[in-house]
Write a new protein. Structure first.
Length: 755
């Protein structure tokens, strides 16, 4: 049952990660102090019965003493050099650094037995439980225990201890990187009781030992085909390797190491792609707080748009513009944002709101812009008139500096140091390799030439969602659309819409030209008209106030929006279609038009008649349950489908996302009623089945039907895997999610081929 390092066969399921690597290193003739492994089977028996196989452990200790030529146990005649001391460490199948106990300098039977019990019991200490929860590690795995002869880095001046990586874990640069502490034991470094020096000190003090350590690190890296994290001790001028494991690393380092190992011939390009995680790419793309664990947030909201930013607090959009013109960093703080705020959002470095969810105006706009945003931070009590907010007894006034972290939803009442985003050569290289393997297209959600340029920089192959309502958000456009909404008859509406048509044509021409022949799908107006009007409390005009009341709806998400507006007010859709067609003629662009909120083929037929026989592709946005159920009929008239999974999820669950996330969704997740937030990870059993059914029925009518996904799920790794399986043609995501979509689309393709 008990395995000695020099007799065992590697088996991580029995010996754990640490124990297996010690067995492997011993087989490679590395200078490993001898020892043995009490396997995970014994741990499980201990959990059930509370007993250890004492006789077998005692026999193993006697054998270990014989191997080392030393004495274990209390022997008054033995000198300190003759006495065998052992350490006991945990060895789980998955690396859990520092989460379980380690016991050193054990010298008799009673101490070892107590230490083994302590190691096994530490599997369920608070920090280990939390680490497993955060890293999705099963509590059923259990741990082995490693008993190893001690070597002493504190024996004399020719002794010491350290930890090195075979490559820099922050940058990925090749070469030893780590720390060394003379006349010390490993716990002196781990506990923080003493401050170590860079490992180059070892090179100065014992150059032969340093050269040996460097050679061993390279040999271990070649064997495991992976960057190694190595613990070592030097005892009286002799090097010992105590442990090795795959090293933890930053996102930037993970990408560089994967690419370098492939170029060095240790791994294939396919393996390099599979080793890069989506989170590695995300870490490179966005600014982040440097060592956030050092700071305590004052409040938390929803992590609406990733990245971190600090700046002076302003409460009004024009103040954000004014500060930005003076090159001041700005955080725009609002109760919630509206289209009127677009100039301020554009000028600000980050956005913070006390209301709103992950599909609120602020969330959607900032994600598209790549700006950090924290929404729905209800702890903030905002007073726009006094230009201040209060949180947990602190009052923050206009001009004071705060930091928002849109990746975590945290808000800090000070400026924190940020790490800049940096797209490296290796980042671009691994994505270019990924493109060679993936089948699904990766397109962009982009509404302006600037967004198009950003999307192209990240490798977009087309624009799958160009939202036309975004183009009405500038002040001069809002005036014109409001004139249309306030018009009292058809003649006035026609006059107002003509003024918009020229601007729309210019918008589309600029976007089409920026795409340089790549396909663009333009979605006709989706928002309900009341979204373009001010809030009632923000205007004193009686006509405007009355119009706001006239357009008010109990549930706007299920009300007069999308194609329903286009049929009620045909002037809007006719104007948009004409503008698209004329811009296409000017640029020779590859353009399709998408109709939102469709429930029946008659809506599609009606809108197509607005085209006046123009030769242009028309598709539908599948975001209602009825559209899924009528997919076969819709495919007879539609040239393509694109799933709007945000709205389709709300419709399927009968959830308002904002209300659900505020009021009960967290409880559902904690109690296991739902496994995932369905607005973050696609609901395969409900929404997914609707999508799969719609695709199957649509392709029965039109086998070559192109199918896209342009909701937020299109950039989520687990969802991408499902979309691949049901035959989605392309994904359309915000610019900063394009790299993740490219990577995961390649990974799922390679995994499928390997089955």
């Amino acid at each position: 049952m008990i395995d000695f390092f020099d007799h065992a066969s590697p088996d991580a399921n029995l010996q754990g990660n640490k124990g297996t690597n010690l067995v492997v290193m011993t087989g490679l003739r590395m200078p490993v102090p001898p020892g043995f492994i009490i396997p995970i089977d014994v741990f499980r028996e201990f959990q059930q019965k509370g007993q250890l196989p004492l006789a077998e452990i005692e026999a193993a200790l006697r054998s270990l003493a014989e191997k080392t030529g030393k004495v274990f146990g209390k022997d008054p005649s033995a000198s300190s050099e003759q006495a065998l001391y052992v350490s006991v460490r945990s060895s789980a199948p998955v690396s859990m650094p520092g989460m379980m106990d380690t016991v050193l300098n054990l010298k008799d039977r009673a101490e070892i037995m107590a230490a083994i019990e302590r190691i096994f019991s530490s599997w369920n200490n608070a920090r280990a439980i939390e680490y497993r929860r955060l890293n999705n590690i099963s509590p059923e795995l259990g741990t082995a225990a490693v008993v190893q002869a001690m070597v002493f880095g504190n024996r004399n001046e020719r002794s010491g201890t350290g930890v090195v990586f075979s490559r820099n874990p922050t940058t990925g640069e090749p070469g030893l990187f780590g720390e060394y502490l003379g006349q010390a034991q490993g716990e002196d470094i781990v506990s923080g009781q003493r401050t170590p020096s860079p490992v180059k000190l070892l090179q100065q003090e014992m150059p032969v030992i340093y050269a040996e350590l460097e050679a061993k690190a390279q040999a271990l890296e070649r064997h495991f085909r992976e960057m190694q994290d190595i613990e070592f001790t030097v005892e009286d001028g002799r090097l010992f390797i105590l442990q090795t494991r795959s090293g933890k690393r930053s996102g930037q380092a993970a990408i560089r190491i994967a690419v370098d190992l492939a170029k060095e011939g240790m791994i294939s390009r396919e393996e390099a792609i599979l080793r890069v995680r989506p989170d590695d790419l995300k870490a490179v793309l966005y600014k982040r707080i440097d060592h956030p664990e050092k700071y305590t947030p004052a409040a938390r909201g929803l992590n609406a748009a990733p990245g971190a930013a600090f700046g002076r607090v302003v409460f009004h959009p024009l103040d954000a513009v004014a500060y930005a013109k003076k090159n001041e960093r700005v955080i725009l703080v609002r109760i919630e944002t509206s289209p009127d705020d677009i100039q301020g959002i554009n000028a600000a470095d980050g956005i913070l709101t006390s209301r709103g969810g992950l599909t609120s105006h602020a969330a959607i706009v900032t994600r598209a812009m790549g700006k950090p945003c924290v929404c729905g931070c209800e702890a903030l009590k905002i007073d726009l008139k006094k230009e201040l907010f209060e949180v947990n007894g602190r009052v923050i006034k206009k001009g004071e500096v705060i930091t928002v972290d849109g990746t975590t939803g945290a808000v800090y009442l000070q400026a924190l140091p940020l790490v800049e985003a940096e797209v490296t050569r290796e980042f671009s290289e691994v994505l270019s390799w990924a493109d060679e393997f993936r089948e699904m297209g990766v397109w962009a959600n982009a509404d302006t030439p600037e967004m198009v340029a950003q999307a192209l920089k990240f490798g977009a192959e087309g624009v799958g969602l160009c939202r036309t309502e975004r183009q009405f958000n500038t002040p001069e456009r809002l005036i014109l659309i409001r004139e249309f909404i306030m018009a009292e008859d058809a003649r006035a509406r026609t006059e107002a819409i003509k003024n918009l048509e020229k601007l729309q044509k210019e918008d589309f021409a600029a976007i089409f030209a920026a795409m340089k022949g790549k396909p663009v799908i333009v979605r006709l107006l989706d928002l309900p008209l009341h979204e373009f009007l001010p809030r009632e409390e923000e205007t004193t005009d009686p006509k405007v106030r009355q119009k706001i009341r006239d357009l008010e709806e109990v549930n706007p998400m299920l009300g007069h929006r999308g194609v329903r507006v286009g049929i009620s007010y045909p002037e809007i859709y006719c104007m948009q279609i004409d503008s698209i067609a004329e811009a296409r003629e000017l640029t020779g662009a590859n353009v399709g038009i998408m109709i939102p909120q469709v429930i029946t083929v008659q809506e599609l037929v009606t809108v197509k008649q607005y085209c006046r026989s123009l030769n242009i592709r028309f598709g539908v946005m599948i975001e209602t349950v009825r559209a899924c159920m009528r997919a076969g009929k819709l495919a007879q008239e539609a040239d393509f489908f694109s799933f709007g999974t945000n709205d389709l999820t709300q419709a399927t669950f009968s959830f308002s996302r904002e209300d659900a996330e505020k009021k009960f969704l967290t409880t559902y997740l904690e109690k296991g009623i739902l496994q995932d937030n369905p607005f973050e990870v696609v609901d395969v059993k409900g929404v997914g089945r609707l999508m799969q059914t719609a695709i199957e029925w649509g392709r029965k009518e039109k086998p070559d039907l192109n199918v896209g996904v342009c909701g937020e799920h299109a950039g989520e790794p687990r969802s991408i895997r499902f979309f691949h399986d049901i035959g989605v043609t392309y994904l359309s995501v915000s610019a900063f999610k394009i790299p993740v979509a490219r990577l995961v689309a390649a990974q799922v393709e390679m995994e499928q081929r390997g089955k």
